[in-house]
Ligand binder design. Structure first.
Ligand code: NAD
Length: 523
């Protein structure tokens, strides 16, 4: 087991910024918890925690704010998101420092989060008015039945977000929820709460009415149930095990939920792949945020024909990754976020090696750099029975496997209960598309690792199997936050026999009408 080292005395974040952000949380009724910077061990803050009364208060404030917000035209709501977009980009240095300090990741990977928030804000600001507009589908009796479908906000949406992508996962789900006319009560992870609080602060400076986006603080197991008990919809990102608990709690209340959970994501290098590019991009796809990314690649299947070339390139590129924690772009990979993540990574690698796997790169903790650093690691010779074969590591560890055909690659890729993301490399994109269609995953990237599908926010993103349920991004990522209400207005004649007409004649008339409508190929 790994133990936390001696704590350094200071944090890189300015004290007044930390205090201002903490003051934004609806918390203080429960004892504070200390939060430490993973990369240095320095204490960041004593973080106040929310009591039941705090959670009640957050929901009451959010509900009151939501009633007024729902009456604001979508166009005006979208203008807030556009200003938020500009603010996040303009103040990126501040939020990048906070993300890095709290999560321990490199600035390169923290910047991915800034980009994620910017593209989501832009996409939803540009599309919400159209997506949320009242629709007028055909009525049962054309002309006589006029139908309108209105989109009504759910009310208060709970966004329970984890620590690995603290800005993206706190903000990019909240933005469409707010745009759809809801309030949001966020429960960010304690480890990365300041990042979420910064997003709320920035949104209010961009014009979001006060009280509409609230944050309560506490461990998930302590306050998650209390939050769900008061919410009208739940968004959760985290492990599949916790996802089941969230679904049960939401199910008991018959409220909707969206879950993005874990992954054991495969990357397939076909015989005709551009091996050099595949190796370079695989490094980014495996080790983003030190592998603490639901979409990151943990299994690589390489065709025998290019196996040696790919592995040579990939191992060399992995060994060249620069590890460090500076608050600038000088390092490519940062620290793991917790001692327990380091313990998992260490255990998975030790188990594999003890059972006969070979370490081709990495395979070592780096306490000389910081308490939870671990080298990006490539394993070969991994077999069923080793923990890392099937279980998600959620760390910088990837296994490479030799395969002899596309069929074998697909079969191996699908040998998992997860189904979040996959990557296929081939110079023949038609062949890669055909392979993609056979892979059980919510997104498949052809000649990219994860960011092509993830960053294309006009398209939905989410998991199959135990990787989740529901979608973020795209129209689905907005419309999940509304309930439809159908209003059907009957004009001139009711849908019933005319006065004096027998029910039998009515049935005959309607039968004739159904036949005519079908013959005319009407919907
Ligand atoms: P976890 O599921 O215990 O925690 C993830 C988040 O869920 C945390 O913020 C935690 O506070 C919260 N949580 C836990 N129990 C809760 C409950 N009953 N109600 C509400 N919230 C609750 O996972 P972890 O141990 O922190 O992380 C390790 C595993 O989590 C990884 O193996 C990975 O599968 C998964 N994970 C996935 C993502 C993702 O982006 N999909 C993010 C973080 C963690």
């Amino acid at each position: 087991m790994t133990t936390a080292p001696e704590l350094a005395p200071a944090t890189a974040l300015p004290r007044d910024l930390v205090d201002r952000l903490i003051a934004r949380a609806v918390a203080g009724g429960a004892p504070s918890v200390p939060v430490f910077a993973p990369a240095t061990g320095a204490k960041i803050a004593d973080l106040p925690q929310s009591s039941t009364a705090d959670i009640d208060s957050a929901f009451a404030t959010a509900r009151a704010a939501q009633r007024e917000w729902a009456a604001v035209p979508v166009r005006e709501r979208a203008a807030v998101l556009r200003r938020f977009h500009d603010l996040v980009l303009a103040e990126q240095d501040t939020v990048l420092d906070i993300v890095q300090t709290e999560a321990g990741k490199s600035r390169v990977h923290a910047f991915d989060e800034v980009g994620d928030v910017a593209v989501n804000a832009r996409y939803y600001a540009a599309t919400a008015e159209r997506l949320l507009a009242t629709r007028t589908p055909r009525g049962v009796l054309p002309m006589l039945t006029q139908v309108e479908v209105h989109n009504r906000p759910k009310g208060v949406v709970a966004v329970i977000s984890p620590w690995n992508y603290p800005l993206a996962l706190a903000a990019s789900d909240a933005l469409p929820a707010l745009l759809a006319g809801n309030a949001v009560v966020a429960r960010p992870d304690n480890q990365t709460a300041l990042t979420a609080l910064w997003a709320i602060d920035a949104a209010e400076r961009a014009g979001l009415p006060a009280g509409l986006w609230q944050a309560v603080l506490g461990r998930g197991a302590a306050i998650g149930g209390e939050v769900i008990a008061r919410a009208d919809y739940v968004d959760y990102t985290g492990s599949s095990a916790t996802g089941r608990t969230i679904a049960q709690q939401a199910g008991r209340r018959l409220i909707g939920y969206s879950l993005e959970l874990g992954g054991k994501n495969p990357l397939l290098v076909l015989a005709d792949a551009d091996v050099r590019t595949a190796a370079r991009i695989a490094v980014r796809a495996c080790f983003a945020s030190a592998g603490q990314l639901c979409e990151s690649i943990e299994r690589i299947y390489v065709h025998d024909h290019v196996y040696n070339r790919f592995v040579d390139e990939f191992v060399a590129a992995t060994k060249a990754v620069r590890l460090g924690s500076a608050l600038d772009y000088s390092y490519e990979m940062g620290s793991l976020t917790f001692a327990r993540q380091l313990d998992t990574v260490t255990a998975h690698v030790e188990d594999a090696v003890a059972k006969g796997a070979t370490v081709l790169a990495g395979g070592r903790a780096r306490p000389d750099l910081g308490p939870y650093f671990y080298e990006p690691t490539v394993l070969a010779g991994v077999r069923p029975g080793m923990t890392v074969y099937r279980e998600e590591t959620f760390g910088p560890v990837v296994s490479v496997y030799r395969v002899h055909s596309d069929d074998e690659a697909v079969e191996q890729a699908n040998d998992t209960a997860y189904g979040l993301n996959a990557s296929v490399w081939s110079r023949d994109t038609a062949r890669a598309r055909a392979i993609a269609a056979r892979i059980d995953a919510g997104s498949v990237n052809v000649n990219e690792g994860f960011i092509a599908a993830w960053g294309s926010v006009a398209a939905p993103s989410g998991g199959l199997g135990i990787s989740g349920s529901g979608r973020r991004h795209g129209p689905e990522g907005l419309l999940k936050y509304v309930d439809t209400q159908t209003v059907a207005v009957q004009r001139a004649l009711p849908i019933a026999p005319l006065p004096g007409m027998s029910e039998a004649l009515w049935a005959k008339t309607m039968t004739l009408y159904f036949g005519v409508m079908k013959a005319l190929r009407q919907k």
